[in-house]
Design a binder for this molecule. Structure first.
Ligand SMILES: C[S@@+](CC[C@H](N)C(=O)[O-])C[C@H]1O[C@@H](n2cnc3c(N)ncnc32)[C@H](O)[C@@H]1O
Length: 338
């Protein structure tokens, strides 16, 4: 497996993906290629499209996935694995360009990789002094520098509050505004947070973690892209295909939970409406009633896995609900329906 990033809950992801030879799969966030490699190891005969918006990640994944194995069987010779440097929000278009209309499984392992966090120059971490950057995609022009130095106090405070529940959101935003010169490095920003949250305390450390996380989510429009890509992924799945998502904070998990819940419902009309008018058809069967977490052994070995939540669902067959006209659960629903 990749030294770049240890894949979280790899066995659980592979089991839930239910990989089958000859079928088409997507790793939406290939990162260091850890999960992608595990997928190919579990079933070498799959067709695999690996996405990442980070050029550096794609290069590392390329090395991990296309290195020849001892038996000479190398994916290098196989046209069945392709790395695509793109945001997963463009997945539908990218797959259509390759004449792929449906997929049989998809994995999302959200957030940043250890490599992105550990690489000082990327500016994701307050523990390393670096320019305030935080872009996953180097082609994007908007950085954390722009956010911190150009947004209004109320806009910054909203980002800190919405994306990290920071209690001192407004005070920190005001302290940023008071800075005498543009804040250009991670350490400068960390020092400003400390003027509000204190130094050397657990609370101050947590405040820095929260503010940096909030900025990262904002700079990379993480939640907006996720909301859109999850819907695309569900629509792209062939009947029987699986979607598996690993998330690392409550905002991501809420988006997944709600998207799955909505797609698992026959009717989404308000409770006051007796007869279904939405004609919404159930697309998913949820496989994980509550999210799975990493085992104690894994969290000891890989602390990053501690906050992981894994949710999975399966696409139900076409015509699953054909002819259904009344809300399930209503007195008009067919006998036996819930
Ligand atoms: C947690 S890491 C994935 C690690 C990977 N599963 C492994 O085993 O090495 C998340 C990756 O997703 C990528 N990423 C995050 N948001 C993305 C998006 N909207 N589109 C494409 N890639 C994204 C990041 O650049 C990062 O490399």
């Amino acid at each position: 497996m990749s030294a770049f990033h240890t894949p979280v809950m790899a066995k659980e992801c592979i089991d839930l993906l239910n990989l089958r030879a000859g079928k088409v799969y997507v790793d939406a966030t290939t990162g260091g290629g850890g999960h992608s490699a595990a997928m190919l190891e579990a079933e070498p005969e799959i067709v695999l499209y690996c996405f990442d918006q980070d050029e550096q990640a794609v290069k590392v994944a390329e090395q991990v996935l296309f290195t020849k194995s001892a038996d000479g069987k190398s994916p290098e010779k196989s046209p069945s694995v392709e790395l695509i440097k793109a945001n997963f929000v463009q997945m539908r278009t990218e797959l259509a360009l390759r004449k792929i209309k449906g997929i049989d499984g998809i994995l999302f392992d959200l957030g940043v990789s250890s490599h992105q966090l550990d690489n000082a120059e990327r500016g994701f971490s307050f523990e390393k002094d670096a320019p305030l950057d935080m872009r996953m995609d180097a082609l994007q022009t908007y950085t954390a520098f722009n956010a911190v130095n150009e947004l209004e106090v109320h806009q910054l405070a909203k980002i800190f509050k919405d994306y990290s529940d920071e209690l001192n959101a407004t005070r920190i935003a005001r302290a940023i505004e008071r800075a005498e010169k543009p804040i250009s490095t991670t350490k400068e920003l960390a020092r400003i947070i400390e003027t509000v949250a204190g130094t050397g305390t657990k609370e101050s450390l947590k405040a820095k973690v929260r503010i940096f996380q909030a900025l990262r989510i904002h700079v990379n429009s993480e939640l907006e892209y996720l909301e859109s890509a999850i819907v695309d992924a569900i629509n792209l799945l062939n009947p029987g295909g699986r979607i598996v998502v690993l998330s690392y904070h409550s905002l991501e998990d809420r988006i997944i939970k709600q998207a799955f819940r909505l797609a698992a419902q026959d009717c989404i009309c308000p409770a006051s409406i007796m007869m279904c008018v939405c004609k919404h058809q159930r697309q998913l069967k949820i496989l994980t009633k509550s999210p799975l977490c990493a085992s104690e052994a894994e969290t000891k070995m890989n602390p990053r896995s501690r906050s992981a939540k894994l949710r999975a669902a399966e696409k139900v067959g076409l015509g699953y609900n054909k002819g259904k006209e009344f809300k399930s659960g209503s007195k008009y629903a067919a006998k036996g329906e819930k």
